[in-house]
Ligand binder design. Structure first.
Ligand SMILES: CC(C)(COP(=O)(O)OP(=O)(O)OC[C@H]1O[C@@H](n2cnc3c(N)ncnc32)[C@H](O)[C@@H]1OP(=O)(O)O)[C@@H](O)C(=O)NCCC(=O)NCCS
Length: 435
């Protein structure tokens, strides 16, 4: 392993580790992972999340095991567009399948030999009657018998387990108030649980990439508005459409984020949660990345970007106190909660001019138009404040500004107070743009 890469990755994950501690995530998982050998790595990732202080609720489905047992018993299930028709016979098979899947997941979460990645995890796993169900009923003349929908989630019960550090395992079976058992779609259960306990995240582990872009790359972050537009795209598989629809509903019900993650990728949960760009698709109500007025909390992020540029002489040195005093003049590009770009607009109202300073983008995020977006943001701000032109002092980025409508000007063309503090040793070019 490359030590530098390891240290960089570990450091990159630390803000997420701090942020997620005390939060609760609901993970929705179908049972194919039991047969293809991926369950043990998912279990060890779950154990790691738990050890970082994250509350975990694992909602599992049992479709493959049910299918296998139905075929073995030569039973046929009728399905309608609303769901499957679960007769008493079928329910018997489902109970057997769900029970065996549950024991296998419990056993995977409990393993922990000395050399296993679960070593020392000692997870406490609980399951119980957390989901009160209601029958799906008769739809278009077809009785669905023991197929149900979640009616009520016993949130306090679940939360008390989470508070005790237990992993809550929830099956796709729910009990009605009259004591009958109903078969539920595990994804409905996961959604209902996440919404009811106000989980910070709902993660669907899929058998495929999240949502692919046109060029075959996964679409990493979507607002629910963008997700709705994508739903109209024909290139999505029925499974992707289904999950995207669920994500939109869950986010609008108050869950912060829904992630669609490919469970076949080793360590996908960790990559999605602890790296800046993730590996699946994240759906949130608000934009994942946006430009906004900076606050004092953003100063460490701003310093992280500008300190190396100051050290190499690209940006003029500014001490922390100056940035604190001027923070209302700064704006930042925030991606998730990380600062990846910044800039400041210093107004000179008498001359109706503004100085754009400290414009910088984190090296990992350059060449995607972010500085251009920051420039447009500052131009708009300047106009709103009655300024008629903006200028910059630059040693190495003159061409970047020229290509965006700036022209060289003389020292005499900038406000006298700024002229007085011009550093003749830096020999910065002065460029100006009329708005
Ligand atoms: C200059 C900077 C802000 C651009 O950020 P960005 O988000 O990559 O900018 P955009 O995506 O809007 O533009 C990228 C384009 O600018 C070009 N560019 C980057 N730095 C440049 C420079 N110093 N001179 C000329 N062009 C430059 C890139 O090559 C790219 O063009 P290309 O894709 O055609 O090759 C970023 O490189 C940075 O932070 N640099 C260090 C700080 C700095 O110089 N700030 C200016 C203060 S005066």
């Amino acid at each position: 392993m490359d030590p530098e890469q390891f240290i960089r990755g570990f450091r990159e994950s630390s803000p997420y580790i701090h942020r997620f501690r005390g939060q609760t995530f609901v993970i929705s998982l179908e049972d194919e992972s039991l047969s293809d050998g991926t369950l043990s790595s998912i279990a060890s990732d779950v154990a790691l999340l738990r050890s970082l202080g994250i509350g975990i609720i694992l909602v599992f489905g049992a479709f493959s095991r049910i299918k296998y047992l139905l075929e073995k018993n030569r039973l046929h299930v009728e399905t309608t567009p609303s769901g499957q028709v679960t007769t008493e016979n079928i329910l018997g098979v489902i109970r057997e399948a769900v029970g065996s899947v549950r024991f296998e997941i419990e056993s995977a979460l409990s393993s922990g030999g000395d050399n296993s990645s679960m070593s020392g995890a000692q997870l406490k796993v609980v399951s119980g009657n957390y989901v009160i169900a209601r029958p799906m009923g008769v739809i278009n003349g077809v009785d669905h018998y023991f197929t149900g929908k979640p009616r009520h989630i016993r949130a306090d019960f679940i939360k008390s387990h989470i508070a005790s550090g237990e992993v809550v395992l929830i099956s796709p079976l729910g009990v009605s108030l009259s004591g009958e058992l109903f078969f539920l779609d595990s994804r409905d259960v996961a959604q209902a649980v996440a919404e009811e306990i106000r989980a910070q995240k709902l993660l669907f582990l899929l058998n495929e990439e999240g949502i692919p872009e046109r060029k075959g790359q996964s679409t990493r972050e979507l607002t629910s508005k963008e997700a709705k537009a994508l739903l109209l795209r024909e290139t999505l598989s029925p499974n992707q459409k289904d999950h995207l629809g669920r994500a939109i509903d869950t986010v609008s019900a108050g869950v912060d984020r829904v992630h669609l993650v490919n469970r076949l990728q080793d360590g996908a949960l960790l990559l999605e949660l602890f790296t800046r760009d993730g590996c699946g698709t994240l759906i949130s109500a608000d934009p994942f990345e946006s430009i906004m007025q900076a606050t004092l909390e953003d100063i460490p992020g701003i310093l992280e970007i500008i300190r190396p540029l100051e050290a190499s002489g690209i940006l003029k040195g500014r001490n922390r106190e100056t940035i604190e005093t001027d923070i209302s003049l700064f704006s930042v590009t925030r991606r998730d909660r990380n600062i990846i770009g910044c800039g400041a607009l210093y107004p000179f109202f008498d001359q109706k001019m503004g100085e754009l300073a400290c414009l910088a983008v984190h090296p990992d995020y350059r060449r995607c138009g972010r500085a251009g977006n920051l420039l447009s943001w500052f131009e708009k701000k300047a106009r709103e404040n009655g300024l008629e032109s903006i200028f910059v002092l630059s040693t190495q980025t003159g061409h970047w500004f020229s290509e965006r409508g700036f022209s060289p000007c003389r020292l005499e063309d900038i406000p006298p107070s700024r002229r007085a503090s011009y550093n003749h040793q830096r020999k910065s070019l002065i460029l100006k743009k009329n708005l």
